[in-house]
Design a binder for this molecule. Structure first.
Ligand SMILES: C[S@@+](CC[C@H](N)C(=O)[O-])C[C@H]1O[C@@H](n2cnc3c(N)ncnc32)[C@H](O)[C@@H]1O
Length: 224
C-alpha cells in the first residue's frame, strides 16, 4: 500500500454519548495517559503472564507477524504507541489511532517517528476504505471498546486480502474480578473467549495463538 488513508471525516463528538465505556472514558484523562506507559510495561506480568516485559512481547509480535519496510499498518487503540513504535522500528508505516487525545500526545512524545501518523478516531466506525492496510494490531483495545464485535468487523474490513491481524487481549476466565470489571459503571470491560473472537473475524483464519495466564496473543490472516 502506498498512501496513508485520510482521517475519517465524520468523527465529531468522539468523547460523548452513551457509546463509550467507563474504561474508554477513563483513558481520556491526561492523568491516565501520563501513567499508562508505567502500567503497560508491567501489565502482562501483573495480569498473570509470568515475566513478560515489553521486549518479550515485541519479539513475539515480530517473530510471528514479520512486518516489513513499506507495509502500511493500523494500530487500533495505540495508547502510548507500543505497537506503533515496534512497527516503525521494522520500517513499516503506521496509522496509530486512539479515541484519546492525551494518549496520542503522550505517544507522539515517546515514539517520535516520521513513519507514524497519530490519528484521533473511534475505530469501531473508522469510515476508512475497505482493505486499506497490510496489517492491523489490536493490543487490548478489544477488552475496553464499547462494541467489540463491531470493532472486529471493522478490523476485518480494513485488512487487505492476504493481510494479517495481530490481537493481544485478556480472555474470559469466569473469575469474579472479570465479572466486576464487566459492570458498566466499573469499567464495562469485555473478556472474550478465543472462539467468539474467531467467529467475529469473517474471512480471516487464525494462524497462531498463544495463551499465557489470561493473556491471549493471536495472529490471523485474511483470505485472498
Ligand atoms: C488497553 S489500551 C491499549 C494499549 C495499547 N494498544 C498497547 O498495546 O499498549 C486501550 C486504548 O484504546 C483506546 N480505545 C478504546 N476503544 C477505542 C476505539 N473504539 N477506537 C480507538 N481507540 C480506542 C483507549 O483510548 C486506550 O488508549
Amino acid at each position: 500500500m502506498n498512501a496513508v488513508p485520510p482521517a475519517a471525516p465524520h468523527q465529531e463528538n468522539l468523547n460523548s454519548g452513551p457509546s463509550i465505556t467507563a474504561a474508554q472514558r477513563s483513558n481520556l484523562l491526561p492523568f491516565t495517559a501520563r501513567g499508562y506507559s508505567w502500567w503497560r510495561a508491567r501489565s502482562l506480568s501483573l495480569l498473570g503472564a509470568g515475566a513478560f516485559p515489553l521486549a518479550r512481547e515485541e519479539r513475539l509480535f515480530r517473530a510471528l507477524c514479520r512486518p516489513v519496510p513499506g507495509e502500511l499498518w493500523l494500530d487500533v487503540g495505540t495508547s502510548t504507541g507500543f505497537y506503533a513504535g515496534a512497527l516503525a522500528r521494522c520500517g513499516a508505516r503506521v496509522v496509530a489511532a486512539d479515541l484519546s487525545g492525551p494518549m496520542l500526545s503522550e505517544a507522539a512524545r515517546r515514539e517520535p517517528s516520521p513513519a507514524i501518523t497519530w490519528t484521533r478516531m473511534n475505530v469501531e466506525v473508522s469510515g476508512l476504505p475497505d482493505a486499506s492496510f497490510d496489517g492491523v494490531t489490536v493490543g487490548a483495545t478489544l477488552n475496553e471498546t464499547h462494541d467489540p464485535a463491531r470493532l472486529l468487523r471493522e478490523v476485518a474490513r480494513l485488512t487487505r486480502p492476504g493481510g494479517q491481524v495481530w490481537l493481544m487481549y485478556l480472555r474470559r476466565t469466569a473469575g469474579p474480578v472479570q465479572a466486576l470489571l464487566g459492570v458498566p459503571a466499573l469499567g464495562g470491560l469485555t473478556f472474550p473467549d478465543p472462539g467468539w473472537v474467531q467467529r467475529h473475524l469473517p474471512g480471516l483464519r487464525r494462524t497462531a495463538a498463544l495463551g499465557v495466564g489470561a493473556v491471549q496473543f493471536e495472529q490471523f490472516v485474511r483470505g485472498a
